[in-house]
Design a protein around this ligand. Structure first.
Ligand code: 5GP
Length: 224
């Protein structure tokens, strides 16, 4: 792995969004929810439809699942590599989730938001709460499954985890639901399309917040 995360990513200019005023910087959309709620699918769809939106690829010590690609799904690191990154302050946040360590690379997020791109993070509740304390201006979205039996079905159908892991993730999910009260928005994923538009609507609404836009320049221009 190279010394820098996200090499070769994020250099192409995304199309301008005609709906909103110019913004001096982008913001973070932090998406959490129980394993199997459908975060990956929803995020994938939204990334393909919303301009000026980037995905923060996390680093993880978890072994890759079949089909997962290093640098695409995660930056897969050894424990030693991960520890080095922690010591160097490379992570905006990191946490141990289901026995493995996961971290959000800091540089990419700083670079993207500084260039006016919004960045979506799929991270667990512990990580989200760390970001809440350290990063002003992030938006927190919680994705819920329509029921716990549906969640179980999705985890089994995914077929990527052993029965024991599925059982562990399900029991964690029961506890995790309570965290929704620390988030700004909640989406129930009982229908993919509806969940995708809900998340897109949140992003577009947040982009229109007066505090994020360069309104002064615009209204001064209008008055000229
Ligand atoms: P999975 O192993 O199923 O890909 O992910 C397990 C959990 O780790 C998910 O809830 C996911 O949101 C979370 N996760 C992924 N990347 C990060 C990260 O960078 N930081 C934190 N705190 N959690 C993460």
């Amino acid at each position: 792995m190279s010394g820098d995360f996200h090499i070769g990513q994020g250099s192409d200019p995304a199309p301008a969004n005609p709906l909103v005023l110019r913004r001096s910087r982008g913001f973070l959309i932090v998406l959490s929810g129980p394993s199997g709620a459908g975060k990956n699918t929803i995020v994938g769809e939204v990334l393909g439809r919303v301009p000026d939106l980037r995905y923060s690829i996390s680093a993880s010590t978890r072994p890759p699942r079949p089909g997962e690609v290093d640098g695409v799904n995660y930056f897969f690191l050894s424990e030693k590599e991960f520890e080095q990154r922690v010591k160097s302050g490379d992570f905006l946040e990191w946490a141990t989730v289901y026995g493995h360590r996961y971290g959000t690379p800091r540089k990419y997020i700083e670079k993207m938001t500084a260039s006016g791109q919004d960045v979506i993070l799929d991270i667990d509740i512990q990580g989200a709460m760390k970001i809440k304390k350290t990063w002003e201006d992030a938006v927190f979205v919680f994705l819920l499954p329509p029921s716990l039996s549906e969640l179980e079905k999705r985890l089994i159908l995914r077929g990527s985890d052993t029965e024991e892991v599925v059982r562990h993730r399900l029991s964690c999910a029961r506890e995790e639901l309570e965290a929704v009260f620390d988030y700004d928005y909640v989406i129930v994923n009982d229908d993919k399309e509806k969940a995708v538009s809900a998340l897109m609507n949140i992003i577009y609404a947040e982009r229109c917040r007066v505090k994020r836009c360069e309104c002064r320049e615009f209204i001064d221009d209008l008055r000229r």
